[in-house]
Design a protein around this ligand. Structure first.
Ligand code: PMV
Length: 290
């Protein structure tokens, strides 16, 4: 084949980021936004054929999956970059799928998983693997990292109406994860509490019961503040969501920037307030209506 395409969705972490790095469980869901990678065989060094995100790690990431010579790469994405919506994981999985298609191979999950881990390590150092796992599987998962293969449990979520607000700055996942590592063991009990929230809420969600989710998101945000990954803008956005009637809100992803997600029955009120305050915000539904 001389050209090939791969696509993969981004994700949001509903509950449990950072705890998941230390073996606690987290819940993440794929979203309808995603990334497409197009490859074409051509002479010369393998590299981007068009300018894309000014990120020095990109070329190294491409070469963890592709041959060093002979491939031109194009990327298209409607995911905000570096906002905790899994832009690097979607790129990783889409790239693995495109590579397999270019080689004329059946895209085996094992191989895509291996490629995606390699790309994610370039961007994030030592990720838990939750981002690319949910990007590969689609839908929602309950995820636990172990010393061996991760435990991945598909989770059938009811429709969950969320508002996503972009705080306007990117968070650096590797730096945020390192910051938490540096604050251990003082923050270990908070990481454990994050995991306990997931254990409480996952069975409720599996029973289509959303009543505990809002309060759990609130508590999760407070715990993320406690481990030092929130900032003033993220805290102010969570407050704004709660003041406009959301049932719960939290930063989602590594923090230090990125997005806030809010669970809200009246999404318009939250959207209008976020936009009036000058932030990009949009509706997203995860779960069976996604
Ligand atoms: O890449 P982000 O911003 O979605 O963060 C990933 C979630 C973390 O738990 C902070 C890191 C990880 O590897 O799980």
């Amino acid at each position: 084949m001389s050209t090939a395409t791969g696509h993969a969705p981004g994700k949001i972490i509903l509950l449990g980021e950072h705890g998941v790095v230390y073996g606690h469980r987290a819940i993440a869901s794929a979203v309808s936004l995603g990334t497409t990678v197009r490859l074409r065989r051509r002479a010369g060094t393998t590299c981007m054929d068009q300018p894309w995100a000014d990120d020095p790690r990109l070329q190294a990431a491409l070469l963890t999956v592709l041959d060093e010579e002979g491939i031109g790469v194009q990327i298209e994405s409607n995911l905000p970059i570096g906002r905790g919506m899994g832009s690097s994981a979607a790129l990783a999985v889409a790239l693995g799928r495109a590579r397999a298609a270019l080689a004329g191979e059946e895209a085996s999950n094992d191989r895509i998983d291996r490629d995606a881990w390699a790309v994610e390590r370039v961007f994030h150092g030592s990720p838990s693997g939750i981002d690319h796992t949910v990007s590969m599987s689609g839908g929602a998962v309950l995820y636990r990292k172990t010393a061996d293969a991760p435990q991945i449990t598909p989770l059938h979520l009811p429709p969950i109406p969320l508002v996503v607000i972009d705080s306007g700055s990117a968070g650096d996942t590797a730096a945020m994860v390192q910051g938490v590592r540096d604050r251990r063991p003082a923050v270990d009990s908070l990481l454990q509490e994050i995991g306990a929230l997931v254990e409480d809420v996952a069975p409720q969600l599996a029973n289509a019961d959303l009543s505990g989710l809002g309060p759990a998101m609130q508590e999760n945000h407070a715990l993320l503040q406690g481990i030092g990954v929130s900032n003033e803008t993220l805290d102010a956005l969570v407050d704004l969501c709660m003041a406009t009637g959301a049932q719960g809100a939290k930063l989602a992803g590594a923090g230090g920037g990125g997005i806030v997600i809010a669970l809200a029955q009246d999404r318009k009120a939250v959207l209008d307030a976020a936009r009036a305050a000058g932030f990009d915000a949009w509706k997203i539904t995860i779960g069976s209506q996604a």
